[in-house]
Design a binder for this molecule. Structure first.
Ligand code: AR6
Length: 178
């Protein structure tokens, strides 16, 4: 079964990425917010929200459930599509790692439907949703490594140096262990 051929972590802004699809760390409403979501809607322009509104009306009247993913145009971004997913909020008492893993596998499944070969992911759930980077990084990396997908390249795009180092470490650890 096919696997992602190249998985890397870079420091940067996800809205600059020249890839087929960028993944958005959205919320149930799909109506925008802060963090990555705010940046994507700001730079991608109003067409993204127009499609989100249509998706809400036609497919997700109660909002996009946690761990699922759906695509829209990327509007004015260099990418062709935005794949919106909703990460879990962090809980110290409940393990929600399966939902964070699901964001990655579902986003790759949607990428396959689109025919996207290069996909950029942000550090889903590690901002407003409170996931510690050290916990999120290995879950994200493992989910991408294990995915059965025709996506060829996954790029984790981390905003700051700390997050970048932590995702690189997780990548090295996972690649070392096969
Ligand atoms: N490029 C790459 N990474 C970024 C960028 C950017 N332009 N901007 C922020 N980050 P967050 P979440 C990093 O809060 O935790 C929104 O309001 C940031 O440093 O964007 O999944 C949504 O509408 C952090 O490490 O997503 C939801 O309500 C990471 O991206 C909620 O926040 C994720 O932070 C989702 O929260």
């Amino acid at each position: 079964m096919p696997h992602v051929f190249s998985i890397t972590a870079i420091q940067g802004d996800i809205t600059d990425q020249q890839v087929d699809a960028v993944v958005n760390a959205a919320n149930h409403s799909l109506m925008g917010g802060g963090g990555v979501d705010g940046a994507i809607h700001r730079r991608g322009g109003p067409r993204i929200k127009e499609e989100c509104k249509r998706l809400r009306a036609e497919r997700y009247p109660d909002g996009l459930p946690t761990g699922q993913a759906v695509a829209t145009t990327a509007g004015d971004l260099p990418a062709r599509w935005v794949i919106h997913t909703v990460g879990p909020t962090y809980s110290r008492s409940e393990d929600r790692s399966h939902l964070l893993a699901s964001c990655h596998t579902e986003a790759l499944r949607v990428a396959d439907e689109l025919g996207a070969k290069k996909v950029a992911f942000p550090a889903i759930s590690t901002g407003a949703y409170g996931y510690p980077l050290e916990e999120a990084a290995p879950i994200a990396v493992r989910a991408v490594m294990d995915a059965d997908t025709h996506v060829e390249e996954v790029r984790f795009v981390l905003f700051d140096a700390d997050a970048h180092r932590i995702y690189e470490d997780a990548l090295r650890a996972a690649q070392g262990s096969g």
